[in-house]
Write a protein that binds this ligand. Structure first.
Ligand SMILES: [Zn+2]
Length: 475
């Protein structure tokens, strides 16, 4: 037997200064669906990771404003993210790394030491405008009316201090080479953006004066500085593997496996430039692939408290429950483009594709089976997929298109029942055939809606109609 192929997948780490956002819910459910597909359908060995980004000025200030110790503040927030992962039905094998974990802190310091030893880190006096919204310095040329383009309401802070800098400019050619071979960027627009960033590289500040901002990982051999939160957080993609203490998982998944990072579309500079440069500077393997997804908006606008158009994951889960929430995120949020959602649209999708679609189909077929079939069957769960199953779409992370394909099959089955009227003919062969096709549907939704899949597969084995899968809303 050849060794199983190793596959590593991670989300970005959400910053714990706000409740989980629908964009993060999408990212982690998408990662979960891909991880399940690779593990259960392709039989690969999978390392699936997420976590929380817990240092930095924004968190420090929030904690201070609430009169809380920052550690206590992040401990409380992390609970919300841990709860969300359960409520979204994320696979229990998920690895969860917190950037306040001592093992992570050790990893960030080790990465720093390697970059420093290779002469990619140097001290420099710096003066610039800092946006707390981005936790980043904003260049003069990027200002819009003197403000950060992403945070027009945030007062920029002029910061002047001696920091450590990362020699990004020295890596331009290496990064160019990497983007063409070794580090794959999807979709295509993101690759173009990464190339543009390379045209305007500047060295970046990677530490802060500890007397002004103590909530960070100490810079090795310098008591006066803590690491810039991004340098720290990016290292989590390695610390989650136990690096540098144990190399077993690191070798298996990071060095010799296929590595995939999911990230939002505003992350190209951080994930494909800065992070890859840090890895290169430390003589470590680059990430093999990054997939950048679009944003979720509502009513044509970015979700914001002031607009009152926020749809948060907890509200989704309360209204539609776990399996339907997964369905709505995976089928109706476009993985590449921005997607606009409203409660009205979500309700319509739920009613037409789950209540009247899959739910109704399961009831009809299993009622027929319950009334007319006696012989139970034991499906071989590895087989019986439709021949035209679009596996190549999964390779492109187009989960939405795979689900579109499955729901087209559901539509065809419905039509078949309508035309052949098995409730009149009671034709056993026809009903057997419907049950088999329903089983195939149950098999295909397994990475996306694992519990619903289980219920359908069990029902089709035993000829028992399950309870209503998707109740009407407000019924
Ligand atoms: Zn900003």
């Amino acid at each position: 037997m050849p060794d199983k192929k190793s596959f590593y997948i991670t989300t970005t780490l959400p910053y714990v200064n706000a409740d989980p956002h629908i964009g993060f819910a999408f990212e982690i459910v998408m990662a979960d669906a891909i991880a399940r597909y690779r593990r259960d359908e392709l039989k690969e060995e999978v390392f699936f990771s997420t976590g929380t980004d817990e240092h930095g000025l924004k968190i420090y200030q929030k904690a201070l404003a609430q009169g809380k110790d920052p550690q206590l503040y992040v401990d409380e927030y992390v609970e919300k993210f841990l709860a969300l992962k359960i409520k979204l039905g994320i696979h229990e094998d998920l690895n969860f790394i917190r950037t306040t974990n001592p093992l992570h802190i050790k990893a960030a310091m080790e990465l720093w030491n390697r970059c420093f030893a290779n002469k990619y880190i140097y001290p420099k006096k710096y003066k610039g405008l800092y946006c707390i919204g981005d936790e980043a310095f904003i260049k003069e040329t990027e200002l819009v009316n003197g403000r950060c383009p992403n945070h027009p309401n945030v007062e920029l802070q002029e910061i002047e201090e001696e920091n450590y800098f990362f020699k990004l400019t020295a890596l331009k050619q290496d990064l160019e080479r990497l983007i063409n071979k070794g580090h794959e960027i999807k979709p295509e627009w993101a690759k173009g953006q990464a190339s543009n960033f390379l045209e305007n590289l500047e060295d970046i500040s990677i530490s802060r004066d500890k007397s002004k901002m103590p909530w960070g990982i100490p810079v090795p051999n310098d008591d006066t500085q803590v690491m810039y939160v991004w340098f720290d957080a990016l290292t989590s993609y390695l610390s989650t593997l136990g690096w540098p203490d144990t190399e077993e998982l690191f070798d298996k998944f990071w060095v010799n496996g296929e590595t995939l990072q999911l990230a939002g579309k505003d992350q190209v500079r951080f994930q494909s430039i800065i992070w890859q440069a840090m890895l290169f500077a430390a003589n470590l393997e680059p990430t093999k692939k990054v997939f950048y997804h679009g944003f979720v908006t509502s009513g044509g606008h970015k979700m914001s408290k002031s607009l009152g158009n926020v749809i948060n994951p907890d509200e989704l889960l309360e209204r539609y429950k776990t399996e339907a929430t997964r369905y709505l995120l995976l089928r109706h949020i476009h993985p590449i483009e921005d997607t606009d959602v409203t409660w009205k649209r979500l309700d319509e999708w739920y009613e037409s594709h789950l209540v009247n679609g899959l739910g109704n189909l399961v009831s009809r077929i299993m009622k027929l089976a319950e009334d007319n079939l006696v012989e139970e069957r034991d499906w071989d769960t590895s087989g019986y997929l439709f021949k035209d199953y679009p596996a190549e779409k999964m390779e492109e992370y187009r989960v939405d298109l795979v689900m579109e394909y499955i729901w087209a099959k559901i539509g065809l089955l419905d039509k078949d029942i309508q035309e052949k009227k098995p409730w009149e003919s009671k034709d056993k062969e026809l009903i057997e055939d419907l049950v088999l096709n329903l089983y195939r549907i149950g098999r295909m939704i397994r990475p996306f809606m694992p519990e619903t899949s289980k219920i359908i597969i069990e029902a089709t084995k035993s000829n028992k109609k399950p309870e209503n899968l998707f109740p009407r809303i407000n019924a």
